[in-house]
Design a protein around this ligand. Structure first.
Ligand SMILES: [Zn+2]
Length: 122
């Protein structure tokens, strides 16, 4: 009984996440997402195979048609994998950069503080 309620709740949360993720597919494929949304999307498809599949299908349809018109060879599945990997690297890089900036800010603050203390002591 309690388990059922919990499962329903879980499903509800998941569905909302899926809707949000799905709304981001198209902008992502058009490279129009900001990093926060990319981060959310990557995180979601990592845990939701349904959305991962859905994104793949969208990509295959969208790019596949374009390529067929151009008569190019297709390795779209591999390409989507590389695109996702690139996004993942970018998000990771930005997170590290942010952490680095905080570190720099902290250091600058320490230097300024120590200068003030030095002036104040002497
Ligand atoms: Zn999902």
């Amino acid at each position: 009984m309690y388990l059922n309620i919990d499962q329903r709740k879980m499903k509800h949360v998941d569905e909302r996440g899926c809707k949000e993720a799905e709304a981001l597919f198209q902008p992502y494929l058009l490279n129009k997402l900001n990093n926060k949304d990319i981060s959310f999307l990557l995180d979601h498809i990592e845990h939701c195979s349904e959305c991962a599949d859905e994104l793949e299908i969208r990509y295959l349809m969208q790019e596949g048609l374009k390529r067929l018109e151009n008569g190019e060879t297709l390795d779209l599945k591999g390409e989507l994998g590389r695109k996702l990997e690139k996004s993942r690297q970018k998000v990771l890089f930005l997170e590290r950069l942010k952490a680095g900036l905080f570190l720099v800010e902290g250091t600058v603050l320490l230097v300024i503080l120590s200068q003030i203390i030095l002036v104040w002591v002497s």
